[in-house]
Structure formats: structure tokens, C-alpha cells
Design a protein around this ligand. Structure first.
Ligand code: SF4
Ligand code: SF4
Length: 380
């Protein structure tokens, strides 16, 4: 078993906790799609990655949303999404399969793909794929939400503090309004935002099995932070934040702890701002809790506080069904997952979230009457 694969595997004690939280298992009722079966299959295949055929690789890619919920509850440290990603990376034909799938399933992936395409770094845009990805990346969706929260009073907590802002690929290349709203809020808080040379967080590539490329991005981002004097790093995408928090290439344990300490969800920084709600605010707002936001979910805490009774629905166990690579491999399996999510949000006429991947998926699948946006879009 290769090191990269074995580092994600551990001894399963068959407690069944992961079965209770897997959104794929819950939505499909198919036990072979649950984390325990996947971990068994991975273990067999991991003994000899060379035995993986193209069909096996496609099957593995189609088996996991990469939501990480099973990993979060496993007392044995079993990392099923990590195992699946490592096996994808170990398979010699997987990359060519992935690109072939991009081409052959592009139509089905149209709208969510438009967002996802923009996230693919330049060097992966081969001559053949480049034009299609560019076209998809240009399809940025609707005009955004009308803001209805106006900041009135700012606390002094961060005044004069030098800080970095990790905006993420979606805000940098597609949703500039998120970036502008974040900068306005940090300016109001008095933070001194430093110029940065951050690249993609790498979590999407890591989940797809491109561990080396994702590792290089992690090193680059840590170097940017180091050169800036290890300041706080504000982040407003739950997936980016989870990806940054999982970095493991540091000079020492002390530096690793410093990095973890420096990551600041923007919703924590803005929690004590006094907001006024204007009349155009919806009375029926829903919140989608991203799988990668974890139990504490600072965006949810902020929105509960800022919106009060207007927040009438929240997801908790439901995954949006974006699914990363799984969306390419088995789009049919992501649909029941997505339906359960919308079922939990059925009473809302506006749905907010704080994860760029979830927002791409929810925007593409929302019922006509429902507006979808990042919580930053509500702030004027
Ligand atoms: S939660 Fe962990 S130990 Fe329990 S059944 Fe799942 S993989 Fe096994
Ligand atoms: S990562 Fe999510 S979808 Fe994949 S096995 Fe674990 S809980 Fe299920």
C-alpha cells in the first residue's frame, strides 16, 4: 500500500457513526455508496493500485461527494474522502479519464461547470480544453442579490491590525462583488489589508487526486503568509477555509499552530458590527450549511445574529450535492442529494451560504422563485 494511501486508512471498528452522517447514503439508500463500503473497497484496491482499471477509477470517482462528514465523526481517524482522492491520484489513467469526462459531460455540467471551470488553474487548461473552459468560466450567472444590511457601527477589535485577505478563486475571477464587499467591511473595521500573492487554496485539486499540485499551492500560500510576517488571514469561503486549515507543510509544529491560529473567518470578524436591516429584506431567508464548515459554522452564527426571525430555514445534515469530481463521474447520484437539500429549504424565498462550491450548485438548481447568494451580497 503506498504511503499516500495508507496515511488516510485506519482500523475501522464498525461503529456505524459514519453511516448516519453520509448524505449520499441517506439520499440514495444504497449501502454500497456509504463510507464503510467505500473504505473496504479502497483498502482492497490500495493493496495494488496498478490493478485499478479505468472503470474502477471512474467508479471510485463516482462514489464520494468529498463532503468530509464521515471523517469528522470517525473516532478511528478513517479518512474516506482522503482515501478516494489518494486512489484517484495513484491511478495512471485517472487524469486522462478526468479530462475526457470534462469534454463528454460538459453539457450536463453547464451551469455549475461555469463556476467550476473558472477554478481550474491556467496550467491545467490544455490546448484542447482551453476554449471550452474559458467559455464555461464566462457564464457567471445572475445579477446578484439586492443588499439589505447596512453597517452602522464598527467595533475596534481589528483597528490598525495588518491582515491578509484570502479571497479564493471564485471571488477573484468570477464574483468580484464578494471581494469588494469583504474589502469594504475590513476597511470599516480599520484593518490594514496587505497586498498578497495567494494562489488557489488547492482543495478542489486535492480532492480530485492531484496531491502534488495541491501541495505546491499550499507551499506558495504559506510562503506568502510567512513573508507578510505571519499576520491574520481573513477568509470568506468555507471550502477555502477548510482547505487552508488542512495544510500540512510547515517549518515546525509551532508554525503549524500559528497558521491555524491566523485563519480568521470573515463572519467572525464582522460579528460585532451593528447592522440596520432595510425594508427590501426578505422575510423568508434560508441558510445552507456547507459540509466543510464543520459544527461551529461561523457564517451560520453570524446570520442567526444579524437576521433574527427572518432566518426561517437552515440545512444541517443536507449536502448541496456539488460533489467535486463526483459531479463529473456520476451526476445522476448527486441529484437526490441536491433534492433533499432543497426540500429542507422549501419555505425560503432567498437562500444564503458562504461556500463558493455550494453557491455554484445551489444557483444552478434553485427553483425559479428562489434567489441564491453569498451572505456578503446582502451587505451594502
Ligand atoms: S465511523 Fe469510522 S470506525 Fe465507525 S464505522 Fe465509520 S469508518 Fe468505521
Ligand atoms: S465524504 Fe461524504 S459522501 Fe463521501 S463517504 Fe464520507 S460522508 Fe459519504
Amino acid at each position: 500500500m503506498s504511503d499516500r494511501i495508507s496515511q488516510h486508512a485506519s482500523h475501522c471498528i464498525l461503529c456505524g457513526k459514519c453511516l448516519q452522517v453520509c448524505p449520499l447514503l441517506r439520499a440514495t439508500g444504497r449501502e454500497e455508496l456509504g463510507p464503510r463500503s467505500k473504505s473496504d473497497l479502497c483498502r482492497v484496491l490500495a493493496e495494488d493500485p496498478g490493478r485499478l482499471s479505468e472503470v474502477d477509477a471512474a467508479r471510485l470517482a463516482g462514489l464520494c461527494l468529498g463532503c468530509g462528514r464521515c471523517r469528522e465523526v470517525c473516532s478511528q481517524g478513517q479518512d474516506v474522502p482522503g482515501l478516494v482522492a489518494a486512489l484517484r491520484g495513484a491511478h495512471p489513467n485517472f487524469r486522462s479519464w478526468l479530462w475526457k469526462t470534462w469534454l463528454t459531460r460538459a453539457r450536463q455540467l453547464w451551469s455549475p461547470g461555469s463556476k467550476a471551470a473558472g477554478l481550474i488553474p491556467e496550467r491545467f487548461r490544455t490546448e484542447k480544453l482551453g476554449p471550452m473552459l474559458k467559455m464555461l468560466a464566462g457564464m457567471t450567472g445572475g445579477p446578484g442579490l439586492d443588499p439589505f444590511l447596512t453597517p452602522k457601527t464598527f467595533p475596534d477589535t481589528y483597528r490598525g491590525e495588518r491582515m491578509l485577505l484570502f479571497a479564493g478563486c471564485t471571488a477573484n475571477y468570477v464574483q468580484g462583488r464578494w471581494l469588494m464587499a469583504a474589502l469594504r467591511l475590513l476597511d470599516g473595521l480599520g484593518a490594514d489589508i496587505l497586498p498578497d500573492g495567494f494562489v488557489c487554496c488547492g482543495s478542489g485539486l486535492k480532492g480530485a487526486g492531484f496531491a502534488d499540485e495541491a501541495g505546491a499551492m499550499a507551499e506558495r500560500n504559506v510562503a506568502v503568509w510567512r513573508e507578510a510576517g505571519r499576520p491574520r488571514v481573513a477568509v470568506f469561503c468555507a471550502s477555502c477555509l477548510a482547505g487552508l486549515a488542512a495544510y500540512d507543510r510547515f517549518e515546525s509544529d509551532e508554525e503549524r499552530a500559528q497558521w491555524a491560529e491566523s485563519l480568521l473567518p470573515l463572519s467572525v470578524a464582522v460579528r460585532d458590527i451593528g447592522f440596520v436591516i432595510s425594508d427590501n429584506a426578505s422575510e423568508r431567508i434560508g441558510y445552507h450549511h456547507p459540509c466543510h464548515a464543520g459544527k461551529g459554522d461561523p457564517d451560520r452564527v453570524f446570520l442567526r445574529h444579524a437576521l433574527g426571525d427572518r432566518l426561517i430555514a437552515e440545512t444541517d445534515r443536507e449536502c448541496c450535492g456539488f460533489g467535486g469530481v463526483m459531479r463529473l463521474a456520476a451526476p445522476g447520484l448527486t441529484e437526490p442529494v441536491n433534492r433533499q437539500c432543497w426540500d429542507a429549504l422549501r419555505d425560503a424565498d432567498m437562500v444564503l451560504s458562504g461556500c463558493s462550491a455550494c453557491l455554484a450548485q445551489l444557483s444552478a438548481t434553485a427553483p425559479d422563485r428562489v434567489k441564491v447568494g453569498h451572505w456578503l451580497e446582502t451587505i451594502g
